[in-house]
Write a protein that binds this ligand. Structure first.
Ligand SMILES: Cc1nc2ccc(C(=O)NCC(C)C)cc2n2c(-c3cc(OC(C)(C)C)ccc3Cl)nnc12
Ligand SMILES: [Mg+2]
Ligand SMILES: [Zn+2]
Length: 347
């Protein structure tokens, strides 16, 4: 596991000009996918500087730069679960930390805030563009490693994160006290494992009544539920942006899902409808996912942080857009086009 990151790349990132004042960068409606690939490592450093992590944890910039470059290289060029997804998820963590004032108001400790941002950046490292159930079905190496504990992919993302930290010259956490270091890795473990959809469904009800009871900062369970909620919100943050962004992201997600479905057919398996490019009805599936999964999660967030109401409204706006585009899909699908052809053709 020694992909080379060359010294010049590290220097470029450490010297990145701080005049990265992109208008609206710290607003919820900013779309991080517009940041250039080449410049994204610089923006990660800028965000961490802005969040005060560099000073608080005495982080060496060249070590951090090397870590970020290795993490970026650790992502594969799959349609959705790539570095651009990781960067956009970390950007949402930055927005949440700043706009909800998570540390200032005592919702997260400084260490939890650092763990949250780093977990978002690393939460899908080395994703292959296939689901946990596909790991079992295909008897992948990862399934043999982790299927007894579940959350197969998430355990792999965690292990890749630890490996990257232990790579020569990459451990930017090495100035933390021993206790803080152990605590930080524990938090990263909980946070990355929280991004497994199955884990989310297990604790969703508990997160709901935590929000209704009122978040209690001294309750360790509440702090765990909040950290998990912040991870899933970050992972789904594409859905809180404008319709053009949401539609673009849907094209990427289904490119991945249908590639898996094609693989499953080659393996003689029957893919789920959602993975089958011939059978999937994208608007219906997205409407279900937004109504069943996204809206609920962000409503809980908005119960704790009223300023997150704008995110719920953005998702509701996207639901309306999927409903109106459903009529167009239905018309074209009658003419024999697949859902995906309509999604990728209509401008
Ligand atoms: C736009 C959008 N549509 C989706 C439609 C279906 C599914 C899906 O996995 N269905 C279950 C089947 C595969 C067994 C996920 C979707 N999805 C996610 C997503 C969220 C995840 O997990 C958290 C963050 C915990 C919810 C984990 C992975 C992914 Cl890809 N992100 N955006 C989307
Ligand atoms: Mg994931
Ligand atoms: Zn993700």
């Amino acid at each position: 596991y020694h992909m080379q990151v060359n010294q010049q790349d590290v220097l470029d990132v450490t010297m990145c000009p701080s005049e990265h004042e992109v208008p609206g960068f710290s607003l919820f409606n900013f779309t991080p996918r517009k940041i250039l690939w080449k410049e994204s490592p610089c923006f990660v450093i800028e965000m961490m500087k802005d969040l005060g992590f560099i000073d608080t944890f005495r982080i060496k910039i060249d070590t951090l730069a090397r870590f970020v470059l290795y993490v970026k290289k650790g992502y594969r060029e799959v349609p959705y679960h790539n570095w651009q997804h990781a960067f956009s998820v970390a950007h949402f963590a930055y927005l949440a930390l700043k706009n909800f004032q998570l540390v200032e108001k005592g919702y997260l400790s400084k260490l939890e805030a650092l763990a949250y941002f780093v977990s978002c950046l690393c939460h899908d490292i080395d994703h292959r563009g296939t689901t946990n159930s596909f790991q079992q079905q295909s008897n992948s190496v990862l399934a043999s490693l982790y299927s007894s504990e579940g959350s197969v992919m998430e355990r792999h993302h965690l292990s890749q994160t630890i490996c990257t930290l232990n790579t020569e010259g990459c451990n930017f956490l090495d100035s933390l006290s021993h206790d803080d270091y152990v605590k930080c890795l524990d938090l990263i473990k909980d946070m990355i494992l929280a991004t497994d959809l199955a884990s989310h469904y297990k604790i969703h009800a508990k997160q709901l009544n935590m929000a209704q009871e009122g978040f209690n900062k001294t309750n360790a369970q509440h702090r765990y539920y909040l950290a998990s909620l912040l991870m899933t919100c970050a992972d789904l943050s594409d859905q809180t942006k404008d319709w053009t962004e949401t539609k673009k992201v849907a094209q990427l997600i289904y490119a991945e899902f249908f590639a898996q479905g094609d693989l499953e057919k080659k393996m003689g398996k029957e893919p789920a409808n959602m993975m089958d490019r011939e059978k999937a009805s994208i608007p219906d599936h997205q409407l279900e996912f937004l109504r069943q999964c996204c809206v609920c999660i962000f409503k809980i967030l908005a119960t704790i942080f009223p300023s997150a109401k704008v995110l719920v409204n953005a998702i509701k706006q996207n639901i309306l857009c999927w409903e109106s585009s459903k009529r167009i899909f239905d018309k074209y699908c009658v003419e024999g086009k697949t859902s995906y052809e309509v999604l990728t053709s209509e401008e």
